[in-house]
Design a protein around this ligand. Structure first.
Ligand code: HEC
Length: 175
């Protein structure tokens, strides 16, 4: 097909549109970058929990805690390291792509889908303290995995657990 001035104009318009869309995506990526550390927990500019990995590979405490809690509560369905299984999706990607509040909502309320006569059930964890008291930890761990900030497996070095985190956990588990 000869390139007419029409086609060129169309290509130009697509390029502009694409530029705008990828600009928006770049802003969403700030769902990742930590701008604030509050007693060992890291947050984005929008106050959404996130991970922090130092240059030597040391992870924040919540990411380490999340690794442990994920592997005791979620990995049976979602696969080791958040990689997914034939039964349940790779939630390391969901943690990056989904809105934080939607992520929390699905874990608290559950979800179900029927495909080809099989029911795929995401349980309701809203009253399970072993999940709900560590949900931000699980979320930041998965986000670190989904953005390839940490490799598969147990993080080797971690920041110490802060007194504030210790107190919050105790209050949540006892409360
Ligand atoms: C009994 C199996 C099972 C367990 C245990 C489980 N899940 Fe799920 N989960 C699923 C299934 C199946 C789906 C897909 C449901 C659907 O598509 O309706 C899902 C979906 C999700 C989603 C939505 C993903 C997306 O991209 O739409 C999130 C988030 C999630 N699970 C988080 C968790 C977390 C966090 C844990 C551990 C606390 C966990 N799940 C434990 C089976 C499980």
């Amino acid at each position: 097909m000869p390139i007419t001035s029409h086609t060129k104009a169309a290509i130009g318009a697509i390029a502009i549109l694409y530029g705008t869309l990828s600009g928006a995506a770049a802003q969403d990526a700030d769902n990742i970058t930590a701008v604030r550390n509050e007693d060992g927990r890291y947050y984005t500019a929008d106050d959404v929990p996130t991970f922090n990995v130092a240059e030597d590979g040391t992870v924040d405490w919540p990411t380490y805690e999340g690794f442990r809690r994920y592997h005791s509560e979620c990995h049976v369905c979602h696969g080791p390291d958040g990689e997914g299984s034939s039964y349940a999706p790779a939630i390391k990607n969901s943690a990056v792509d989904m809105d934080y509040y939607d992520f929390l909502e699905i874990v608290a309320s559950g979800k179900m889908e029927s495909k080809g006569g099989t029911e795929f059930v995401m349980p309701t964890f809203g009253t399970n303290r072993n999940v709900m008291c560590y949900l931000d930890d699980i979320y930041v761990y998965l986000k670190a995995r989904g953005s390839d900030a940490i490799p598969r497996g147990r993080p080797r070095q971690k920041e110490p657990k802060s007194d504030a985190i210790r107190a919050d956990q105790k209050e949540c588990l006892d409360g």
